[in-house]
Write a new protein. Structure first.
Length: 252
């Protein structure tokens, strides 16, 4: 997959591309990321990228022309890579007004050969640029950040670990599908006793079926207690229903 990131703060993005799962994907050749700074495409003497909002109010707004030019440069880079016949890469605008990003959106994005992530700053991007350039708006949650760069990296990180060929991807994908949409079970490593607390006996039993059953039960229990919303509308196997019966009877 190729990803273009359009940002007036490439310095916030570039260092994070060099670490973790994103850099691993890049090293393994399954991911390629390029930044495009609207300031590089501003044509005036001061390389202006923002201006005051029409109608007044606080803050600044990113101007149409430099954003459009940076997105065009990203599309040109995509076309140079994918071929002249390739359709344009979908443009995703990270914005508080977007639908909330989740694992389902990540899976859909990971299936694309190319995408362009557009990060806003200040109060946002001139709405005409949004109308003309953007295919989809995504938020990462209901809290106020200062711009779309961290959200763009959140999307890249989530997508990168889903790409086939990312080291450990097969194991993680198996784990993801095993726990699909539920909270994880707790993890333990040596020593067997830490701070006077022992590792749960089932994990020391060497009985793989008992270990799997214990993990599944704790995952169900924690999800029920902490994120009951994740269980709504799910169908459960007979084995899960039995574990849920145990959990409910032990909770009273
Ligand atoms: C306090 C400023 N707000 C005015 C009422 C609007 C506003 C504009 C720009 C709020 C945040 C931002 C910058 N945020 C993003 O660009 C952003 C974001 C976020 O803040 N939270 C969750 N997801 C995202 S994706 C992009």
């Amino acid at each position: 997959m190729w990803a273009g990131v359009v940002t007036v703060l490439p310095a916030l993005v570039t260092p994070l591309l060099a670490a973790g799962v994103i850099s691993r994907g890049v090293r393994e050749g399954v991911l390629s990321v390029e930044c495009f700074d609207p300031r590089s495409y501003a044509t005036d003497r001061h390389r202006t990228v923002d201006d005051r909002p029409f109608g007044g109010g606080p803050g600044m707004v990113l101007k149409v022309a430099p954003v459009a030019a940076a997105v065009a440069a990203a599309q040109a880079a995509w076309r140079a890579r994918a071929g002249a016949e390739a359709p344009p890469a979908p443009v995703i605008y990270l914005s508080p007004q977007g639908r909330t990003f989740n694992q389902n959106r990540a899976r859909a994005l990971a299936a694309l050969p190319g995408l362009i992530l557009l990060a806003g700053r200040y109060e946002g991007i001139d709405e005409r640029a949004v109308e003309q350039l953007v295919d989809e708006e995504l938020s990462i949650g209901d809290y106020v950040l200062t711009g779309g760069e961290l959200p763009a990296l959140v999307v890249l990180d989530t997508v990168a670990r889903l790409l086939p060929g990312t080291l450990g991807n097969a194991d993680s994908a198996l784990q993801d599908s095993h726990l699909d949409g539920m909270l994880d079970y707790p993890h333990y490593t040596r020593p067997e006793i830490a701070g006077g607390v022992s590792v749960p006996a089932a994990l020391l039993s060497g009985d793989h079926a008992a270990i799997a059953r214990w993990r599944r039960k704790v995952a169900l229990e924690r999800t029920w207690q902490r994120r009951p919303d994740l269980l709504v509308g799910r169908t459960f196997s007979a084995a899960d229903r039995e574990l849920l019966r145990e959990i409910v009877s032990e909770s009273t």
